[in-house]
Design a binder for this molecule. Structure first.
Ligand SMILES: Nc1nc2c(ncn2[C@@H]2O[C@H](COP(=O)(O)OP(=O)(O)OP(=O)(O)O)[C@@H](O)[C@H]2O)c(=O)[nH]1
Length: 412
């Protein structure tokens, strides 16, 4: 199974930064990920792409040669890519089984109006790729409820147009937190709750909350949502999105490893990444030599499963480097744990023999049943002879002396 993330979003939302952040994060956890740049106008990228549309065509060439404007030129470049998709197939051949992160251009109409991106995804799917869309929206959109609603509608529009598993991400949370932090380093008490309303699209609260001065440095601007000619339309659209639970967001703070992991794990889950991976064989020798105390290889053990982080606000959480390292374990305990781990993965030399072999037990039960049957048979055969005495019609044959029980043989 092949997997890919299609990273889209408004211009400057942080798509390239997201790609580079995810790549670094995966590299650190020894996961192979390759980036593909689909922006023919990109001048600077924060990562090194393995596949780059600029190797095929650039916006500059199109604008110079065909005298197109930047937006028309961009659409032309992507259509040119689709017309020459064999080039892309050749490029993809080098990364057959790898996870791809595809950095897309920032023109939102490519996902909401034109069919080019949908066709591009169709080609990928024909090659066997499972694709998830990661839609990025800048956290500064939360400053204004109207802006936020229109950004959410754009996300919804892309979701409907592309018809793919879809994740919405509120990017640049680090900047958002910084902006709301006072010079003495404290954050307003309501900051988390305020952000939560956007993440869960609790627009009802956004529209009805009183913006008391002093609650926030920057109160949510609601004026253009609740006033003017479009107040009812705005409210209706917002309530529709909220009631049908169509849009929600994950926070992304690129300075917080847990936040990055949260977004990545949602994306992985959406395309079932990792479910077809074979658990790696532990590297253990068949007849392990006794290890000196305290030298236990930490690589041995069952394949570790990353705990799925809960969907909580990243603010104020310690980063991975801040967390205290676990207390050292004594070598004896570690050895016992290692043995347990090896038992759990069924390493041959540690396979425990069943304490009782089932075969002899079965045989014994079988013999016992036979004996019982024989005894039963003999009892049935002997009882009439021994106990019953001559009954009517069952007496000894004439001339037979018989056995007279309890009676003396009459003297003759
Ligand atoms: N502090 C911070 N800066 C960010 C973050 N994401 C992006 N930026 C900055 O925002 C600017 C734009 O980011 P890009 O990653 O180039 O955005 P983009 O969406 O790829 O831009 P286009 O491709 O032009 O649409 C750059 O200066 C980044 O350094 C973030 O999470 N935190």
């Amino acid at each position: 199974m092949k997997h890919a993330q299609l990273v889209i979003g408004t211009a400057g939302a942080g798509k390239s930064t997201y790609c580079s952040t995810i790549m670094q994060h995966c590299e650190a956890s020894r996961r192979t990920v390759h980036a593909m740049n689909l922006d023919p106008a990109a001048e600077y990228l924060a990562y090194t792409p393995s596949i780059d549309i600029r190797d095929l065509i650039t916006l500059e060439e199109v604008m110079d040669d065909l005298r197109y404007g930047p937006n028309g030129g961009l659409v032309y470049c992507l259509e040119y890519l689709l017309d020459n998709f064999e080039w892309m197939e050749n490029e993809l051949d080098d990364y057959q089984d790898d996870y791809l992160i595809i950095d897309c251009p920032g023109q939102i109409e490519l996902y909401t109006h034109f069919p080019v991106m949908k066709d591009f995804v169709g080609h990928l799917q024909r090659l066997g790729y499972q694709v998830v869309v990661v839609y990025l929206m800048d956290a500064q959109f939360t400053d204004d409820a109207a802006k936020f609603i229109s950004g959410s509608l754009a996300a919804l529009s892309a979701m409907i147009q592309l018809e793919l598993p879809h994740i919405n991400v509120l990017s640049k949370i680090d900047i958002y937190l910084q902006r709301h932090t006072t010079p003495d380093g404290t954050q307003p008490r309501r900051l988390g709750r305020r952000l939560d309303r956007f993440l869960n699209f609790d627009i009802n609260r956004l529209l009805t909350d009183k913006n008391r001065r002093g609650d926030m440095d920057r109160p949510i601007a609601r004026s253009n949502v609740q006033q003017g000619n479009f107040a009812s339309l705005n409210s209706a659209v917002a309530r529709l999105l909220e009631e049908y639970n169509m849009v929600s967001f994950l926070p992304l703070d690129i300075t917080d490893e847990d936040s990055i992991e949260l977004v990545l794990s949602h994306a992985d889950h959406a395309i079932q990444y990792g479910e077809d991976l074979e658990p790696r064989e532990p590297k253990v020798r068949l007849c392990p030599a006794p290890r000196p105390r305290g030298q236990v290889s930490s690589r041995i053990g069952p394949p570790s499963r990353r705990p799925r982080p809960s969907l909580t606000l990243p603010s104020g959480r310690p980063t991975r480097s801040d967390r205290p390292s676990p207390a050292p374990t004594d070598p004896g305990t570690r050895r016992r744990r290692l043995e347990c781990a090896n038992l759990a993965v069924g390493t041959p030399q540690y396979k425990r023999k069943p304490t009782t072999d089932p075969e002899p037990r079965m045989r014994r039960a079988h013999m016992f049943a036979c004996l019982l049957a024989l005894l039963f048979f003999f009892l049935h055969a002997l009882i009439p002879l021994l106990g019953a005495g001559p009954g009517p019609g069952k007496g000894p044959a004439p001339g037979h002396c018989g056995v007279l029980r309890g009676k003396k043989r009459p003297d003759t």
